[in-house]
Design a protein. Structure first.
Lengths: 298, 314
């Protein structure tokens, strides 16, 4: 596992001089969906082992993450600091279980680590921690902050003539944070077309439906008014996700946001669209039901 | 030797020089580049300057992203907005992962003047001091801030530097080098220690003169490295003199006075008096008037010294 960088020491130089490379991309919707099913099993098992964590928002985001990491992004798990890599910011940091499941499947770290989630001494912290988890670029967890950081990374890539793209995933409740709109203004102002944002629009937050707590809709007109190109999709349809990511890459002169309609808890009937499974891990009984539905009971 | 330099102007000028030697330096501001003096860098290096507008939280987050791209990011605005408005962004994005962002904030203290209490940062040092991984520096003159910046660009990690609106007398030689965690003895003495930061270092020196007239020998310290603090110097001074006065253009809570009190309470308790702002906000007024009003003048340090000397004698 990575050890935290010592403050005050110069960081190791990125690997230079090696030929640019990326893992082969998987573009078949059915194959991506199958991986996502496997990921759902890992997510629920790791949450169950941890006894705490965010079930609903991990399940709603996993299809987006699988499409991104397996089907779109240029990256190499064997070279996590390859300078030209695409970078991802999980602004909705509580979706960490989904993020960890994907990173582990890709080979950034051993699958056994998943079952140490949230445990004392684990490299899989409750919210993403770049200091100790291979593949994690940014420490997140406090909502509303990831887009600003992603913007900075996009600006950095531009200054460095680095062709890498920046991807950032937000929650719909998260856009209640004012800083998101500061960052939205900046991204358009600086014409960050090397940045693609996504919203996991599962319409539920902790205290209830987003519409009832503090309505954020309509999202598309808002982002357009801020100068963004917007794309509406079904966030569980792999073909639509890939098409949107491709479209975003082609847009010049402005950033793009993919507004993905999702279902909180997607994939397991007892969790779908339930407010109470935001920050609660599955019990023994719930896990058993879920594994059966996901075809993983054994 | 009555030359005065402004720490914020020296910051602005030094940034331009450093920007030439360190191509990775980028600078961000929040619509205050005229006051913070980052406008000088902006003029020369347009591509490496980012004015985020009146969005301090976005300012800090964007600085983080640039630093993660290998840049040495300098983020500037007024001290109250940098450390207040964006405190959590600094905590989560800069301090927690120990990211290479230097926050150089101007208008610390009440010498901000006419703008009044909303703009006078009297708690910025406390807010930064409580953050793990954060280095907190308060330069006492224009030479010292230059030396701090030379050090800061080579240091990989979060740094907070407070600059002032006012110009201070020069007390360091041109070739002064900054050492992290090291305080300076500006004048030695045996009866009482006067420890100051920023403008108050100069007021401590004047207070030492007043005490000398009374036959009291005062040691004057500049503890410009507030975090990490030169706690060994503080303890040694307490042992040597037996009485301590701290002085800061800041609340007596959470800044220099607290830092010194914490150290002495654990290692070598002596009578101590903290000169600073006592649990109240700033108000509009000319700097000289406010310094008088808030008890931050040389005579206030002098009187505090007399008080601790009395307690020491009992």
């Amino acid at each position: 596992m990575k050890t935290p960088p010592k403050v005050g020491k110069k960081p190791a130089l990125a690997v230079v001089g090696q030929p640019p490379r990326t893992r082969e991309k998987l573009r078949d919707a059915a194959q991506l969906a199958e991986i996502a099913r496997e990921m759902r099993v890992d997510i629920l098992q790791m949450l169950h082992a941890a006894g705490s964590g965010h079930t609903g928002g991990s399940l709603s985001a996993i299809d987006l993450l699988v499409a991104l990491f397996f089907g779109k992004m240029n990256h190499d798990p064997q070279a996590p600091f390859w300078p030209q890599r695409d970078k991802f910011v999980l602004s909705k940091g509580h979706g960490a279980p989904a993020y960890y499941a994907v990173l582990s499947k890709l080979g950034y770290f051993d699958r056994q680590e998943l079952f140490t989630l949230r445990k004392f001494g684990s490299c899989l912290q409750g919210h993403p921690d770049s200091r100790c988890t291979p593949g994690v670029e940014v420490c997140t967890g406090s909502l509303g902050q990831g887009l600003s950081i992603a913007n900075g990374m996009a600006l950095g890539n531009r200054l460095n003539h680095n062709p890498g793209r920046i991807y950032v995933l937000l929650g719909d409740g998260e856009v209640q944070e004012g800083q998101v709109w500061e960052a939205a203004m900046s991204a358009a102002h600086f014409r960050l077309d090397n940045l693609t944002a996504l919203v996991d629009n599962n319409r539920l937050q902790i205290d209830g439906a987003v519409e009832e707590i503090m309505n954020v809709e309509p999202l598309a007109p808002k982002w357009q008014a801020f100068g963004w190109h917007t794309i509406d999709i079904d966030g569980h349809d792999m073909a639509q996700i890939l098409a949107a990511l491709d479209e975003a890459e082609a847009v010049k002169g402005q950033p793009t946001i993919i507004l993905a309609r999702t279902v909180k808890g997607k994939g397991v009937s007892i969790f779908e669209n339930k407010v109470q499974y935001h920050g609660v891990a599955p019990s023994d009984e719930e896990l058993a039901i879920a594994l059966k539905e996901l075809g993983a009971a054994g | 030797m009555s030359e005065k330099l402004s720490t914020r102007v020296e910051y602005g000028k030094t940034l331009v020089e450093l920007g030439k030697r360190y191509q990775d330096i980028v600078v961000l501001d929040a619509d205050l580049s005229g006051s913070t003096q980052t406008h000088r860098f902006a003029k020369v290096y347009q591509d490496r300057f980012f004015n985020m507008g009146i969005s301090e939280q976005d300012l800090m987050g964007t600085a983080v992203g640039l630093a993660l791209s290998g840049k040495i990011a300098f983020a500037s605005t007024f001290a109250i907005f940098a450390t207040g408005r964006a405190w959590e962004q600094i905590r989560q994005g800069i301090a927690y992962p120990a990211v290479n962002v230097k926050i150089v904030a101007s208008h610390g203290g009440v010498t901000v003047g006419d703008d009044g209490g909303s703009h006078q940062a009297i708690e910025d040092l406390a807010l930064m001091r409580v953050l793990p991984n954060m280095v907190v520096l308060v330069p006492a003159d224009g030479i010292e801030i230059r030396a701090m910046l030379e050090w800061a660009v080579e240091y990989v990690g979060p740094v907070y530097i407070r600059t002032s609106r006012l110009a201070f007398p020069v007390i360091y030689p041109e070739d002064h080098r900054f050492v992290l965690g090291r305080g300076s003895i500006l004048r030695d003495g045996t009866d009482v220690t006067l420890a100051g930061i920023g403008l108050m270092v100069h007021h401590c020196l004047q207070a030492a003169d007043m005490l000398a007239h009374d036959g009291v020998s005062a040691r004057v310290l500049n503890l410009s490295s507030l975090k990490p603090l030169d706690w060994e110097l503080v303890v040694a001074s307490a042992r040597q003199t037996g009485a301590m006065v701290t002085a800061e253009e800041h609340l007596v809570t959470g800044g220099l006075g607290s830092a010194v009190s914490e150290v002495l309470a654990e290692h070598h308790p002596v009578p101590i008096k903290r000169v600073g702002i006592k649990d109240t906000f700033g108000i509009s007024g000319k700097p000289e008037v406010l310094l008088e009003y808030f008890g931050l003048m040389p005579k206030d340090i002098y009187e505090a010294a007399l008080q601790v000397l009395k307690r020491k004698a009992n």
